[in-house]
Design a protein around this ligand. Structure first.
Ligand code: FAD
Ligand code: EPU
Length: 343
């Protein structure tokens, strides 16, 4: 299905009223390849999206946007493991719920995260003590120029906090078409995250339901209030930096991170700048979670950009910590440098 100058308002979770020249909903890899050829033929920018729950459109898109809807779930098993091969256009949360319904447990901590399966390896989605890298066996990608399909195994993905090789520019000529997820049949609840420590779960459904309640308290439903989840990443600092900050701000939350580093809570840092009441145009900080920027109804891209810039500046001035967006910024011809846009 192709439209000219199509509105993306209902296709981005921030609910920004922007448009694209062409919009294609692709249910097969062949459609994606055709759309790409069309873009090359007419020298148009090309962008693959899932559910646009992690992008900020800075302006109208001047090319072709393809919404990936490649479906299909194949399940194999051996004595110890469930092996899922999932089409990249499947909805992530639906997958989590369906696996639990089938008695396949393990993904429950990652429930209620919007978006498609194809996007989850890109920023190695994470929540409540679990990251995709804990279960991802492989990622299948298609090279847009040649149509060749390549399997990238977990140890080649360079997964880390909100990062993977798929954020590297080299991968812009590839589209993720399937993801392999392996789950151990012997289920063990993961309750390391502070909010879950008190829970005594009997089944994965208890965690699934608890996470629904926690998320409902902190993150607005994008169908009601436009947002992209956490707008910024949590900053990673050295132990020395953390110790210095703790001297001045002893109540600051901090978490041990790999390689002796420390992860800080961006939401707390923003909160300390008394920014919860702050707004620009129709964009604001969510009153229950300062890390979530919201569209109150008629926010423009410029409103969100100015708000993000002000937050970054105030946190930078107070703590000398310069927040980096988690969200991907998209200009008329494709992705741009998010930090530069708000510096
Ligand atoms: P999109 O926003 O459509 O795309 C993101 C990027 O991936 C774009 O650059 C796009 O070009 C690229 N891309 C998309 N599909 C493909 C593909 N098939 N091949 C190649 N490139 C592709 N994230 C977390 O990690 N943890 C959370 O707890 C969390 N909570 C959230 C809560 C809310 C309410 C919201 C709105 C967002 C939240 N997020 C969270 C962020 C977001 O949901 C995830 O990053 C999600 O994986 C994005 O999926 P998407 O399909 O919407 O990606
Ligand atoms: N905090 C405040 N004020 C705020 C917000 C948070 O003081 O306004 C404090 C909290 O009290 C807590 C700490 O900051 O001590 C951390 O807050 P929270 O547990 O809400 O988690 P977060 O660090 O803000 C991260 C992820 C979320 C993920 C949750 C649960 C990032 C950038 N964000 O949020 O992911 O769901 O943990 O694991 O890592 C996303 O990536 O879009 C996202 C929503």
């Amino acid at each position: 299905m192709t439209n000219r100058h199509c509105s993306l308002k209902v296709y981005n979770t921030l609910g920004l009223d922007i448009s694209t020249r062409f919009l294609i909903i692709a249910e097969t890899k062949e459609t994606i390849l055709e759309a790409w050829k069309f873009s090359k033929c007419f020298k148009l920018p090309f962008l693959i999206l899932g559910e646009a729950s992690n992008v900020l459109f800075v302006e109208n898109f001047a090319g072709i946007i393809v919404l990936n809807r490649i479906k299909g779930i194949v399940i194999h098993e051996d004595d110890r493991t469930w092996k899922l091969h999932i089409g990249s256009g499947e909805n992530w949360h639906q997958l989590v719920q369906d696996t639990l319904t089938k008695g396949i447990f393990g993904l429950e901590n990652l429930a209620w995260i919007p978006g498609t399966v194809g996007s989850v390896p890109i920023q190695n989605i994470g929540a409540y003590g679990v990251e995709l890298q804990d279960f991802c066996s492989y990622v299948d990608v298609i090279h847009l120029e040649s149509g060749d399909i390549k399997r990238i195994y977990n140890n080649e993905c360079n997964f880390s906090y909100r990062d993977s090789i798929f954020k590297n520019k080299y991968w812009t000529d590839f589209v993720i078409i399937a993801v392999g997820i392996y789950l151990k049949k012997k289920w063990q609840p993961i309750l390391t995250y502070n909010d879950l420590k008190y829970l005594k779960p009997v089944s994965a459904w208890d965690i699934f339901n608890e996470i629904f309640l926690i998320r409902k308290r902190k993150i607005p439903d994008p169908k009601i209030i436009g947002n992209v989840g956490s707008f910024f990443k949590n900053p990673i600092v050295t132990q020395k930096q953390a110790a210095l900050l703790l001297k001045h701000f002893p109540t600051m939350p901090y978490y041990p991170f790999i390689n002796n580093q420390i992860k800080l809570a961006a939401g707390w840092l923003i909160d300390q700048c008394n920014l919860k009441e702050f707004y620009v145009g129709d964009s604001a900080l969510y009153h229950k979670q300062a890390l979530v920027l919201i569209n109150k109804g008629h926010a423009t891209s410029q409103d969100i950009l100015s708000l993000a810039k002000e937050i970054r500046l105030r946190v930078g001035k107070k703590f000398n910590i310069w927040l980096e967006p988690e969200v991907r910024f998209i200009k008329s011809k494709g992705e741009c440098n998010a930090i530069e846009m708000i510096s």
